[in-house]
Design a protein around this ligand. Sequence first.
Ligand code: ADP
Ligand code: MG
Length: 494
Amino acid sequence: MNAPLDPKKLIKGATGDWEVVIGLEIHAQVTSNSKLFSGASTEFGGEPNEHVSLVDAAMPGMLPVINEECVAQAIRTGLGLKAQINLRSTFDRKNYFYPDLPQGYQISQYKSPIVGEGAVIVDMREGESITVGIERLHLEQDAGKSLHDQHPTMSFVDLNRSGVALMEIVSKPDMRSSEEARAYVTKLRTILRYLGTCDGDMEKGNLRADVNVSVRKPGAPFGTRCEIKNVNSIRFIGQAIEYEARRQIGILEDGGTIDQETRLYDPGKGETRSMRSKEEAHDYRYFPDPDLLPLEFTAGYVEELKSKLPELPDEKRARFMADFGLTPYDASVLVAERESADFYEAVLAKLANKARDGKLAANWVINELFGRLNKEGQDIASSPVSAAQIAGIVDLIGEETISGKIAKDLFEIVWTKGGDPKVLVDELGMKQVTDLGAIEKVVDDIIAANPDKVAQAKAKPTMIGWFVGQVMKASGGKTNPQAVNDILKTKLGI
Ligand code: ADP
Ligand code: MG
């Protein structure tokens, strides 16, 4: 990809501008009831070693059996990433010793992954978007966990996670700022959640990133990269990149060179530090796992999974824009989480005239409801105002029963006390006065009482605002402002 260089993304160094290059390897835990090669539960929490089968504990003679649901989830994810699905893939052993890896190797896919190249479109601010290439997605097992803080002299091992299916999603080095990297992870997580293939819960470690960072002078070949392992929040990904880029620039500007190495990010100190020099593939002695046949399925199987995929965020966004005239920004806000898109669609379903009021409904969902939920530290799940209530308010505005201003008062009542908006406007006498005769009467009274202002308004037509204000005040805000304006203009002769 050869996007033009954006000067905003460059980092200023002592010797001029630098460009940061980022590629991410995301480990996403597959949503599945049981593990990749055993029937043990994947449930989070529980007592240590509660969810461990003989396979996960690597007892001698145990054989792995592939879990079809995990395979289907990887294919769905590949389809969601618009990627090549490989009808034949193979499992390899990646050998290394670690106390929480009882097999002495991790089963992974090395040469032939289940999913090949794809792409993710990432919307940035100001209507810009970037495309991040996907290199591959492969299935692999998670390891267990060593517990070092439970006993003064011993470390314990918990194998609950051992054997849980992970998708490793490897991007191309297509990101050029920490902001782009954060937006990419956010978008990827949204896609996974729409698909239901990973819950994206970073606090539980269900989505974590290895962050590869290098720097170069604009236009120069890629520099040597460092890989920051296992970063588990989007904010930390951004911070780690910022720190790491500046560290590398500092070394290069002092005449040094970057050693390819694996580093860790310390959120407390806000810095990365060296963990080990980069291991090479041959260090792992990868070889095909003799216990597992190649994974093969038909194009028909892929087609069947494809036909059942939900509508994904990009398509949903395009539909919202085409059908209801939403701005790209509003449409992006609504599709950013599946819950908010579902809420908006529930409002649409209840509207009396969605072609007319779909856009207005989006404004109400985003500005009034989400704005308020944000302010009160709540989310859609705990919203005191339902989709039907928002639709009720929007209907009333759309059919001009109430003004936008009165609608805000009505929203306040619905938020605090509940109730059906259509019943409330009747009960509380909030209906807009559209009876032109009644409005004229008010206008006449105000004109008669203020001859000096009338003279001023004739000289300076913007004074009409003062009259509109008076009429609105006299009617408790219930008159239609456009009607008031029109009548005033006629009566004042301006
Ligand atoms: P490995 O298998 O050794 O981890 P890969 O070639 O698979 O190496 O790359 C791993 C990740 O590093 C990918 O996400 C890729 O985009 C990224 N990457 C590769 N080269 C660079 C570079 N020069 N700068 C930043 N990231 C890079
Ligand atoms: Mg790697």
